[in-house]
Design a protein around this ligand. Structure first.
Ligand code: URP
Ligand code: ZN
Ligand code: ZN
Length: 469
């Protein structure tokens, strides 16, 4: 199958030019002006952007969490992703305490079998190095294409690890070429504050945010940075929300340490106002780290502009409001933590980042596709438009208006964090390895088309770049 995309404005992290793109055998084989080739399918992209398929490095599909299971499985979550222009994501395998990493991987792969709409890889979340997985087994994962280890410094009594587990995992990563990822919040502090709030009768969703102060995130972020430096491991801090966490990351990067940070779409737009909404509606905005004071929005835009933060993910971890979030109706600590977002990352960052002049189109592509692909061993197969790369392409109409609403989304959840937001610019055609996935409002391809991607080990070139910067 060959595809010719004619006359689009190709935007990568580095370039912006008008050309034709020719796709053969799932990869881009030619890029040039007025290409004289015949193709099985011709797409007129004049007036449209041609972007690389986006890469979301942080999702949770079909994941048991908070006494329930996320509502989006691989099929519905990846369908939502495809409509939002995301063609690859990296999902978190959670090692159940007492389980080996091999068993956890087998379990996650069985959840994806036959359901994949886009391409995917896995991170391994390490929860237990005593009774299940061992350091030796952990060291074998990069050979399976799992080249990142995730540790939760919060969720005490569930996923949280102690500093010894964190540090020992970092030591393994420094040997095996894996990137260490941390959910950085001080879980012991939060546990005390939550118990105190409940004892005082404070049960509303707002107390989720008040018991997880920015200092808890700042302290854990700095601790992880220092431990990773001692271990000689590269570190990626997920879902950074506030000045207290941005500052230690920026400092470490200025010093040339191998530290990167990510934020998520929702932290630019949701705030304490949302989690304070009456009639339990605030529960829709219960995720961790929590929504912050609005003053952090500018901190985050500045951080992504200056590369203090290097990627924007979704942390898609969707629950129903009705039936799942309501598990915490009388106790905020029982509200499952997480929110949806896979479908709207490009909509929101294009509208309020690129169109609003906060970041360039090139930087938008870098944050949503190229940097995640580089950091997580997917580049240059994914994350750019180039000869030899997978033909994962988004034909994006920068003029078409779209209203974001739960009523037209593809996630199974019953609400949207950006309900009613009108944006100008939306994907029109989305291709995965040259196969048309989405055309307008239609999902054209069938589940099963997506593949597992074994990721490369953490890139030495990134470490060198960081040291020079
Ligand atoms: O609240 C969140 N973010 N849920 C998903 C798990 C995590 O902490 O990333
Ligand atoms: Zn987290
Ligand atoms: Zn997450």
């Amino acid at each position: 199958m060959s595809v010719l995309i004619k006359g689009g404005r190709i935007i990568t992290a580095a370039d912006d030019y008008v050309a034709d793109v020719y796709v053969e055998d799932e990869t881009v084989s030619l890029i040039g002006e007025s290409l004289d080739v015949s193709a099985d399918k011709v797409i007129d992209a004049s007036g449209k952007y041609v972007l690389p398929g986006l890469v979301d490095p942080h999702t949770h599909l079909d994941m048991p969490f908070g006494g329930t299971v996320t509502i989006d499985d691989v099929e519905s979550g990846q369908t939502a992703a495809a409509f939002g222009g995301t063609t690859t994501h990296v999902d978190f395998i959670i090692q159940p305490p007492g389980s080996s990493f091999a068993d956890a991987l087998a379990d996650w792969r069985s959840k994806a079998a036959g359901k994949q709409v886009i391409d995917m890889g896995y991170h391994m979340a390490v929860t237990d190095l005593h009774d299940g997985g061992s350091l030796e087994e952990l060291a074998t994962l990069p050979d399976e294409g799992i080249t990142s280890y995730k540790l939760f410094m919060a969720y005490k009594g569930a996923l949280m690890v102690d500093d010894e587990t964190l540090f020992r995992t970092m030591e393994v990563a420094s040997e095996t070429g894996a990137l260490v990822m941390v959910h950085a919040e001080n879980g012991d502090l939060i546990d005390v504050l939550v118990r105190q709030a409940l004892e005082a009768g404070n049960t509303d969703p707002l107390y989720h945010a008040l018991t997880r102060p920015p200092e808890a995130e700042g302290e854990a972020t700095n601790r992880a940075i220092q431990l990773a430096h001692v271990a000689g491991a590269p570190l990626y801090v997920v879902h950074v929300t506030c000045r207290e966490a941005v500052e230690p990351i920026a400092r470490a990067r200025e010093a040339g340490w191998d530290v990167w940070g990510e934020t998520c779409t929702q932290y630019f737009f949701n705030s304490l106002d949302d989690i304070s909404k009456p009639n339990f509606e605030g529960a829709k905005y219960v995720y961790s780290p929590p929504v912050r004071d609005k003053s952090n929005w500018d901190v985050l835009w500045n951080a992504v502009r200056t590369d203090a933060l290097s990627a924007i993910s979704t942390d898609h971890c969707a629950f129903l409001f009705d039936g799942q979030k309501t598990l915490g109706k009388d106790d905020f600590s029982k509200i499952p933590n997480g929110g949806p977002g896979l479908e709207n990352r490009l909509h929101m960052i294009h509208e309020f980042g690129a169109r609003a002049g906060r970041i360039s189109l090139n930087r938008m592509v870098e944050l949503l596709a190229t940097s995640p692909a580089k950091l997580f061993g997917l580049y240059p197969k994914k994350g750019t438009v180039a000869v030899g790369s997978d033909a994962d392409l988004v034909i994006f109409d920068p003029e078409r208006k779209h209203t974001i609403t739960a009523a037209n989304q593809h996630s199974k959840t019953d609400y949207n964090l950006y309900e009613g937001t009108e944006v100008t610019g939306t994907p029109e055609v989305v291709l995965l390895r040259g196969n048309v996935l989405v055309e307008g409002e239609e999902l054209v391809a069938s589940p099963g088309i997506g593949q597992y991607v074994a990721r490369a080990k953490f890139g030495q070139e990134l470490r060198a770049k960081s040291a020079i910067a």
